[in-house]
Design a binder for this molecule. Structure first.
Ligand code: NAI
Length: 361
């Protein structure tokens, strides 16, 4: 049975992976995150399964390769933590491009509703038998403008949810959807005119700090920022400054720039040595959840199902529908993307050997 080293394993990961992998894979669950120091733990496994806050830098990739790992199965849609250039030619990388856009979009709306209607404050008050309404005034979302940055799978579900609330939609995306039935505008117009700004684009060199000091300066004073995509889309220090200066209305964050040091773990008994995170957390108009937008029954099932199917395809020598390499991001591939020709991005030496062996048997 093929062995998988499963990093950063949590109890909720095991529910579906245990059920769906039974009899197919031997999973070595590891509590540690994947990084250069823990890469050795994968020795004896051909596959690694990793998540968004694992450190899949060149050093880690090289050590995983030396340990015998030939396929990296990301159990996530985002992959900004993987050094694809380092992996190219050594370790094939697959991911789960979509597992439930509804899970993430619905969480984005949960953050917006909580922030706007101050449900977090009301919850704490009524538990203390404080039934006062002072300071709990919100606004109607109906008739307000939602600015959506990134109109892919999640962005479009969020657009539909906002429409259900009677909101006007403005969108920005350098690759607009051809079948869009909403209005695209340039980024500055979106920043100036939106009452709610929700981020649904990937983290790339172009989108790093897409919301920076200049962006916050252009926004409405009441604007709510929602980020369920990646922390580094927002310059957190600039966000804190904008909140302090009352330049914006508030923020609902499921992700944070430096989240890898904290998210998914319990630090309730310790001093958090990240002043920006501490100050953001203390603000009454900031809601932070720890990268839980994906966390629904349906999404967890789909993540396990697609991850294992990706590995099945790898080990069967088939083409990898959900493979990604650095060429995919650069968009410049001599002769066109190999995936479009139903080929793998590359064949590592061991995969060639594996195929020859299986052909012989
Ligand atoms: P997608 O690939 O379907 O859509 C991304 C969209 O962003 C595309 O339309 C693309 O053209 C657009 N885009 C690319 N560069 C842009 C730019 N410079 N400015 C504006 N838009 C740009 O991705 P999907 O599935 O909608 O996911 C979006 C993001 O959500 C992921 O990249 C990931 O970071 C995040 N995510 C967060 C989760 C969570 O639990 N918090 C779970 C799943 C995804």
């Amino acid at each position: 049975m093929k062995k998988i080293a499963f990093y950063d394993a949590k109890p909720y990961d095991k529910i579906w992976f245990d059920q769906l992998a039974a009899g197919r894979y031997d999973i070595r669950y590891l509590e540690s995150k994947c990084n250069p120091d823990t890469a050795q733990l994968a020795r004896g496994c051909e596959a690694v399964c990793a998540f968004v806050n694992d450190d899949l830098s060149k050093e880690t990739i090289d050590r995983l390769y030396d340990a015998g790992v030939r396929v990296l199965a990301m159990r996530s849609a985002g992959y900004s933590n993987v050094d694809f250039k380092a992996a190219y030619g050594k370790i094939n990388v697959v991911r789960v491009p979509a597992y439930s856009p509804y899970a993430v979009a619905e969480h984005a709306m949960a953050l917006l509703l909580t922030l706007n209607r101050k449900v977090h404050k009301a919850y704490n008050r009524t538990r203390d038998f404080n039934f006062s309404l002072n300071g709990l005034i919100g606004t109607d979302l109906h008739g307000k403008t939602a600015g959506i940055i990134g109109t892919g799978k999640i962005g479009r579900v969020f657009i539909n949810i906002c429409r259900g609330f009677g909101m006007r939609i403005l969108a920005f995306d350098p690759y607009p959807a051809k079948d869009a039935d909403f209005e695209y505008v340039d980024l500055n117009t979106l920043l100036r005119e939106s009452d709610v700004i929700s981020l649904h684009c990937p983290l790339t060199d172009q989108t790093h700090h897409i919301l920076d000091v200049n962006a916050f300066r252009q926004m409405k004073k009441e604007a709510f920022i929602i980020n369920t995509s990646r922390g580094a889309l927002i310059d957190s220090a600039a966000l804190l400054a904008a909140l302090n200066l009352k330049r914006i209305g508030g923020a609902g964050l499921d992700v944070y720039e430096e989240e890898a040091d904290f998210f998914f773990e319990d630090y309730s008994g310790e001093i958090i040595r990240d002043d920006v995170l501490s100050l953001l957390t203390s603000r009454p108009n900031v809601i932070i959840t720890s990268h839980q937008a994906f966390l629904t029954e349906e999404a967890l099932h789909n993540i396990a199902d697609v991850t294992l199917k990706n590995l099945d395809a790898y080990f069967a020598g088939e083409d990898l529908e959900n493979e990604i390499c650095y060429h995919c991001d650069s968009g410049k591939v001599a002769g066109g993307c190999r995936k479009n020709r139903k080929e793998r991005c590359f064949q590592p030496p061991s995969a060639d050997r594996m195929l020859t062996d299986s052909a012989r048997n």
